[in-house]
Design a binder for this molecule. Structure first.
Ligand code: PMP
Length: 295
């Protein structure tokens, strides 16, 4: 991925994609002191950009460092990176990390860096294809107790068990893994939140030990705007036998229907489809929606 054309915003200036490098003694590489965001642009506009920039700053604060740019400056860097790479629809990846001045657990004097990359990331599947749903395997590792890890931070270090779980799932022919939390309750997938439907009511785990996704909150608002009843609560894995629909939400995943979780089966239905459509409409800027309507 490092050998591409294009430009990456690095500490305030654009550098050619292939030259956006860090030193091997970077603290973040050794001790996981990095925080990042994943954003999508639709029709040239980054969806909920400021919320993402605010979460980046907050993720860093939780890890004890300050991103050396304001939220407005981070917003501007993301927009500039999208434009500099000639992208209209794309994925944006800001990342902030501790640099290489000190080597050791303590890194009080290390420079904090910020980079922003952007690339094309289309939705590969048609809605009809997506409605078949993806298959998930149960993950071996669990989401840690918030007393054990800074679970509200989108910290690179928290993704170690996500990569292990995702690789195991892929090796077994599944698309992704669903993780429990330390209590044994259903938590989230390796890069997305999860929702279920029972008797027309939507159920989703309370986000008390994993990322409360921006897409999750958007979809909760869309569901309530539709008049659906939605309950955030503790969900035990054996309850999955009582649910009829299941989907994942995330910036990259958007609303992705799920057909299987381990031994349990789901049929993407009317509520999944409605929220997929409502999410697609919500992410498109008003100008693009107007152009489409007039076309
Ligand atoms: N959980 C994890 C572990 C994630 O990586 C993501 C993607 N950022 C999410 C949930 C969903 O978050 P969002 O909707 O803000 O993209």
């Amino acid at each position: 991925f490092d050998q591409r054309d294009g430009f990456i915003w690095l500490d305030g200036a654009f550098v050619p994609w292939k030259e956006a490098k860090v030193h091997v003694l970077t603290h973040a590489l050794h001790y996981g002191s990095a925080v990042f965001e994943g954003e999508r642009a639709y029709g040239g506009e980054i969806f909920k950009l400021t919320e993402h920039s605010e979460r980046l700053v907050e993720s860093a604060r939780i890890l004890g460092f300050k991103v050396p740019y304001t939220v407005a400056e981070i917003d501007a860097a993301c927009n500039a990176t999208l434009a500099r790479n000639g992208l209209v629809d794309g994925y944006i990846r800001p990342i902030a990390w501790r640099g290489s001045e000190m080597m050791g657990v303590s890194a009080q004097k290390n420079t904090i860096h910020l980079a922003v990359a952007a690339w094309e990331w289309p939705s590969y599947f048609s809605p009809a294809e997506r409605l078949k749903g993806i298959r998930l395997q149960w993950a071996k590792y669990r989401r840690p107790d918030p007393a054990t890890a800074p679970s509200r931070s989108k910290a690179a270090g928290l993704y170690m068990i996500c990569t292990i779980s995702k690789h195991e799932a892929e090796d077994n022919g599944y698309a992704d893994a669903l993780m429990l939390d330390w209590r044994g309750q259903v938590a989230e997938a390796t890069g997305a939140n999860v929702f279920f439907v029972k008797d027309g009511v939507i159920h989703t785990p309370k986000a008390d030990c994993f990322l409360d996704g921006i897409t999750r909150r958007t979809v909760i608002d869309l569901a309530r705007a539709r008049g659906y009843e939605l309950i955030e609560r503790a969900i035990m894995p054996e309850e999955l036998s009582t649910f009829s629909e299941c989907w994942l939400t995330g910036t990259a995943a958007e609303v992705t229907p799920v057909s299987e979780v381990g031994e349990f089966r789901f049929t993407p239905g009317a509520i999944t489809k409605t929220l997929m459509d409502d999410y697609s409409a919500a992410v498109r800027p008003a100008a693009v929606q107007k152009r489409a309507a007039n076309a």
